[in-house]
Design a protein around this ligand. Structure first.
Ligand code: SN0
Length: 317
């Protein structure tokens, strides 16, 4: 693996899941692998789990880590080609990425979509310019359209909780939110699930929230949430904004919130969410405070997912 931007950079997702679970059992077995190597973590947006879990993972591998909240502490970056930079942007990504590449062995970056222009966001023009100009491996810490470290941790969590050889029924459900959120988490989750092919996936959302077919593939969509939830072993809850009416909120229907009542038709489903989750808007307290919720276990697995990915890249440096 050179870069880690999507599941397409992974030759065998199941092997990576097993690698992550092996690190969970023995976090320090590769302490020498990253010795003398530095990971740069560049944030253009907020982060809790991604930042800290990746930092812990890198340290478990013996790496040094430098975190740079470039949106707050750096110069304002320009990403467009050929711009006359007489406005608010101070430094072009061509120099910024190239310079950061001089300092780090692996560069990781978080860059959310602006949600204004679908073509621009879906072209991944920000992270792709870091790939182009940094000259070192780039790891996505969530880009405009994908969040592969999250998805790998999601697969690890499903594997860990469903290790009986049976194909689980996994339902990805849209839930209401007050802000327009990216499609990165659901896009990436369905893309990984399709490639992994160890579970039966059903996606449920109100009309108008269809995910981009390049990620959703042939995944089953059921617009009746109650019907979709029937017999589910896992319910992955997430809000996203519309792709079709790009970046818009088309529904605020509170009946899509996940409650204990709604879960009655499932097969004692475990409830997943990437976090942060807004209580009693997306998922009700009674679910988050019950044994059905595995959100903390899932967040814990972010360390092992990041460690598996970093170790693969370190081995190829
Ligand atoms: C981000 C998202 O992609 O949905 C990050 C998730 C890992 N989530 C948010 O921005 C939540 C913001 C909010 O106001 O609740």
């Amino acid at each position: 693996m050179k870069h880690f931007l999507s599941v397409d950079d992974v030759s065998d997702p199941e092997a990576l899941v097993n690698e992550a679970l092996a690190y969970k059992k023995n976090p320090h077995r590769d302490r020498q692998l990253g010795s003398g190597k530095t990971l740069g973590m560049i944030f253009l947006n907020p982060s809790l789990r991604t930042r800290v879990s990746t930092q812990v993972a890198a340290r478990n591998l013996g790496m040094e880590v430098i975190v740079f909240n470039i949106d707050k502490e750096g110069w304002q970056l320009e990403f467009a080609d050929g711009t006359v930079m007489d406005g608010s942007t101070t430094e072009h990504v061509k120099e910024a990425a190239a310079v950061l590449g001089q300092y780090f062995d692996i560069l990781s970056i978080r860059t959310f979509p602006a949600l204004r222009n679908r073509e621009e966001d879906y072209s991944e023009h920000v992270i792709n310019q870091f790939v182009r100009y940094a000259g070192v491996p780039v790891v996505s810490l969530e880009s405009a359209t994908l969040h592969p470290l999250q998805s790998l941790a999601d697969l690890v969590t499903i594997r860990e909780l469903c290790d009986n050889g049976r194909r689980p029924r996994v339902v990805l459900t849209w839930a209401p939110h007050v802000r327009a959120l990216p499609q990165a988490v659901p896009n990436s989750f369905v893309q990984w699930m399709n490639r992994w092919n160890k579970a039966d996936l059903v996606i449920t959302h109100p009309e108008g929230y269809e995910l981009d077919p390049r990620y959703a593939g042939n995944a089953v969509v059921e617009t009746n949430q109650d019907k979709a939830l029937e017999g589910a072993d896992f319910v992955y809850v997430k809000n996203w904004s519309s792709v079709k009416h790009y970046g818009q909120i088309l529904s605020r229907d509170p009946s899509w919130m996940i409650t204990t009542e709604k879960l009655k038709v499932t097969n004692h489903a475990k409830v997943m969410h990437c976090l942060p989750v807004r209580r009693n808007l997306v998922i009700a307290d009674d679910v988050l405070d019950s044994d059905a919720s595995v959100v903390v276990l899932q967040a814990g697995n972010r360390v092992w997912a990041a460690q598996a990915v970093l170790s693969e890249i370190l081995r190829k440096l």
